[in-house]
Ligand binder design. Structure first.
Ligand code: 5GP
Length: 225
């Protein structure tokens, strides 16, 4: 267990994965809009920004050379190569947030999530599923890519879905709003786990020892219920 995780004051680490076409980005965005206490962990990548993506908000975009130097310096808690692009999570950034008690949302694929599970056993793992195979196919087909690319994506998605078996929670994204509510319910329940609240309980007990204990007096005879 990492040093940060062993402290009760550490932030909650939520790791979310999904195959492409499951709507993970939309779910995560809405969850963070509603719960500003959850901070998005910005990964480092060598892929080019897509239209609308911003440096520092969606990713830190770096060259392959910079990424390799970061690997050599041991800056990543996990990293993967995905279709020729590299993606990695900065350990310093992650630990700095968790140590300050900030809750973090990591949007990473299952291989990276597996690495996080080894190093941060208290992290919570959520897998977002599309409602069905036919719906997944339909969503991917909307991208208008050639049939062979579509088939490759579908196979890759099915491979990732197998990994869902070891995650803690599954959220089926049929209706976006319902998926967002389910995700938030998981977050709030995890925040309320007794082991994450021992600091609060201790505070009560510490303060109560300073307050004089009330004495239990007998009810005067003249007062009846
Ligand atoms: P995209 O290029 O579509 O933004 O992301 C492709 C995949 O890489 C997604 O499944 C996303 O969750 C994953 N990903 C993004 N950042 C990281 C990271 O830091 N580590 C790992 N392992 N996967 C990541």
């Amino acid at each position: 267990m990492s040093e940060q995780e062993s402290k009760n004051t550490a932030g909650l680490l939520m790791v979310v994965s999904a195959p492409s076409g499951a709507g993970k980005t939309s779910v995560c965005r809405r969850v963070m809009e509603r719960d500003p206490d959850i901070h998005f962990s910005v990964s480092v990548t060598t892929r080019a920004p897509r239209p609308g993506e911003l440096e520092g908000r969606d990713y830190h975009f770096v060259s392959q050379k910079t990424f390799r130097e970061m690997i050599d310096r041991g800056e990543f808690v996990e990293w993967v190569e995905n279709y020729g692009n590299f993606y990695g999570t900065s350990k310093t950034m992650m630990d700095a947030f968790l140590e300050r008690g900030v809750d973090l949302l990591l949007d990473i694929e299952p291989r990276g999530a597996g690495e996080i599970k080894k190093r941060y056993p208290r992290a919570v793992f959520v897998f977002i599923l599309p409602p069905s195979l036919s719906e997944l196919r339909e969503r991917l087909a909307k991208r208008g890519e050639p049939e062979d690319v579509l088939k490759r994506r579908l196979d890759a998605s099915l491979g990732e879905i197998k990994e869902a078996l070891w995650y803690d929670y599954i959220v089926v994204n049929e209706k976006l709003e319902e998926a967002v509510e389910r995700f938030r319910a998981i977050y709030l329940a995890e925040k309320s786990r007794r082991e994450r609240c021992t600091g609060t309980i201790e505070l009560f007990l510490m303060n109560s020892s300073k307050v004089q204990k009330p004495s239990f007096r007998r009810k005067p005879e003249s007062i009846s219920d």
